[in-house]
Ligand binder design. Structure first.
Ligand SMILES: CC(=O)SCCNC(=O)CCNC(=O)[C@H](O)C(C)(C)COP(=O)(O)OP(=O)(O)OC[C@H]1O[C@@H](n2cnc3c(N)ncnc32)[C@H](O)[C@@H]1OP(=O)(O)O
Length: 213
């Protein structure tokens, strides 16, 4: 699948490390970045220079109309908060090396990075991150604001709830249901369903805490 799109403008909300990856994918796909916003630009990261204050606390002043936006914030809860604040249109972007089945769907605001694979009949929600080299197999359902980290592997018929973070290199066996706003630790092996808000680590994965926001 080629996501190439010519002569389109886009704005980015977020100006850190994740933002620079998104910017590269957008530019490779032929987009022009017309603005970068951040609530607290650090000015220390190179992606954090020459940005406009995001004004998340002043909804009236933000230029909601105009070019569509991609939210480039890695923290799932913050990405959700900004998505609810913005009245703008959202763009999605897919690296040219990602492989996405034509029978799968990718929601608005979602980013799919280099080398990721999304197999048939999978539904990816809004403002999701499918990170570098992640493998999301057939018949998965990935909720809004989730993040599947680099090299994580989700087998067939896996569900990942809204806002959940699957850590780098984690493995999830078939038909597992991960609840909402969960954290799956780096390298964990998930062989049982995970309840909402749980943090699970290890092989086999064990719950170490449950934090309801
Ligand atoms: C491009 C990018 O960078 S994408 C970013 C992707 N990011 C990630 O994948 C990060 C994933 N995060 C982790 O794995 C973290 O360790 C978390 C979120 C699971 C836990 O973090 P915290 O809540 O701060 O827990 P903390 O570090 O205090 O550890 C608690 C216990 O769990 C253990 N633990 C933490 N993470 C793991 C892990 N991944 N696997 C096994 N055990 C772990 C710790 O050793 C500790 O054990 P102890 O109590 O016996 O000493």
């Amino acid at each position: 699948m080629s996501p190439k799109s010519e002569n389109k403008n886009v704005r980015i909300y977020g100006a850190g490390g994740h933002s620079q990856v998104i910017r590269e994918v957008l530019e490779q796909n032929g987009y022009t970045v017309t603005g970068i916003f951040d609530d607290k630009p650090t000015q220390t990261h190179r992606a954090s220079k020459n940005v406009t204050m995001g004004l998340r606390e002043n909804i009236e002043k933000f230029p909601h109309n105009g070019d569509p936006v991609i939210i480039a914030i890695g923290k799932n809860s913050e990405r959700a908060e900004i998505a609810n604040f913005l009245k703008s249109k959202f763009e999605k972007t897919i690296h040219h090396s990602a492989i996405i089945s034509p029978t799968s769907k990718v929601g608005e605001g979602t980013v799919v990075f280099a080398g990721a694979i999304i197999q048939p009949n999978t539904v990816i929600g809004k403002h999701v991150i499918i990170n570098t080299g992640a493998s999301v197999d057939h018949d998965n359902v990935i909720g809004d604001y989730a993040h599947v980290s680099p090299k994580a592997a989700l087998c067939g018929h896996v569900e990942v709830g809204e806002g959940s973070h699957v850590g780098v290199g984690a493995v999830v066996i078939p038909k597992i249901k991960i609840g909402k706003w969960c954290t799956i630790g780096a390298g964990s092996v998930i062989i049982a369903d995970v309840p909402d808000y749980a943090t699970v680590v290890g092989n086999p994965g064990k719950i170490i805490k449950t934090v309801k926001p």
